[in-house]
Design a protein around this ligand. Structure first.
Ligand code: P6P
Length: 347
């Protein structure tokens, strides 16, 4: 029988491998696990607000019942505002940098997050997720500045996500492999369930929204036909050969759910640029980069179609990017089709 290792125990054991560690980074990861538990509890009740009359509920502070994504955002901010771990935060829900309240000390990390990605799926009871990225601050002292959050994924200190599905799982990396923890709601503990996650060499799925296919570039359209086993081996270069195809199509419409399934089963998720999103829909700093770090640590790869996501230097907090992520061979093949067929402009 496997050992019962809580996420807190695992984090402390990992910390011991770094004698110079101060424990701040560990506490930060533990804070994210606490936030995940709180958000999970509320997400589980999402369908009950009307039935139990909680819609419009006034909480102890006299505040109206929040939408779940606002609740998730407020939970992460509240838990991480004190403790002196962070110099600043940035969120998908906030236009600008989130400063640490003046009454609290500023720390040496910055936290960038999407509090509840895919939240439009909640009413349909579809899995949703939290995505987070942790950078070491570049500024020297005092409050954090925007440049602390505009660092390439290559320099990430940690990245992770929480998937609120049939079970709640937290998956993260600090650059020392990818590890998954499943929440036991009866204990209130995240237990190590998926140590050292490695993306399977033989992929099963591809995930894309085919309704946009007429607006994809030639290269992406050819790539899609290749994944379906309908396109000849061309181009020769670039990773996996056609023996892996045809792959089955699986598209939830919730990035964390699609990414998580492809990470565990093997596959590729892609959201290319199209006429509606000429720069791509997904955000670089709190979606593509943290997931690309996780993919890389699990033996996979994340690209914008031309270059590694991890090499892109963000110019703004909410900058968008095309994203191809999953098995390295599948993503490299996308780059090869794009390089061969594209002049880079969506139709
Ligand atoms: P579409 C959710 O809004 C999201 O950001 C991702 O979670 C998801 O993969 C994608 O957008 C779905 O977008 O255009 O296919 O509905």
């Amino acid at each position: 029988m496997d050992q019962l290792i809580t996420i807190e125990r695992f984090i402390i054991d990992q910390e011991r491998e770094y004698p110079q560690a101060t424990g701040i980074f560990s506490r930060l990861l533990e804070d994210m696990a606490l936030a995940a538990k709180i958000i999970s509890r509320e997400t589980r009740r999402a369908g009950l607000t009307q039935i139990l009359g909680m819609a419009g509920r006034v909480n102890v502070q006299g505040e109206q019942q929040m939408k779940l994504d606002i609740f998730a955002n407020e939970t992460i901010i509240r838990i991480n505002s004190y403790g002196g771990r962070l110099a600043a935060m940035a969120s998908e829900e906030a236009d600008d940098l989130i400063h640490i309240p003046p009454e609290y000390a500023c720390g040496k990390y910055v936290l960038i997050f999407d509090p509840l990605d895919g939240s439009s799926n909640i009413d349909a009871n579809i899995s949703v997720g939290t995505i987070f990225a942790i950078h070491r601050r570049k500024s020297f002292d005092g409050c954090g500045v925007i440049e602390d959050c505009l660092q390439p994924g290559r320099t990430l200190a940690a990245a992770g996500y929480v998937i609120y599905g049939p079970s709640t799982m937290m998956v993260y990396t600090t650059g020392n492999g990818v590890h998954g923890f499943t929440l036991d709601p009866t204990l209130g503990e995240f237990l190590l369930s998926h140590p050292n996650i490695s993306i399977p060499a033989q992929p099963k799925y591809y995930s894309a929204n085919h309704s946009y296919e007429p607006h994809w570039t030639n290269g992406v359209q050819h790539y899609t036909r290749w994944l379906q086993g309908r396109e000849p081996m061309n181009p020769e270069k670039g990773g996996m050969d056609a023996s892996a195809c045809p792959l089955s199509a699986r598209y939830v419409g919730s990035l964390v759910a699609d990414f998580h399934r492809n990470l565990l089963e093997g596959g590729v998720y892609y959201y290319p640029a199209d006429t509606k999103f000429p720069q791509g829909k997904l955000r670089l700093t709190y979606e593509a980069a943290p997931l690309a770090f996780i993919a890389q640590q699990a033996g996979g790869y994340g690209s914008n179609g031309q270059q590694p996501i991890l090499d892109i230097h963000p110019r703004s907090l909410h900058e968008r990017t095309p994203l191809f992520i999953g098995n390295t061979g599948l993503v490299r093949k996308a780059e090869a089709f794009i390089a061969q067929d594209d002049n880079g402009t969506p139709k």
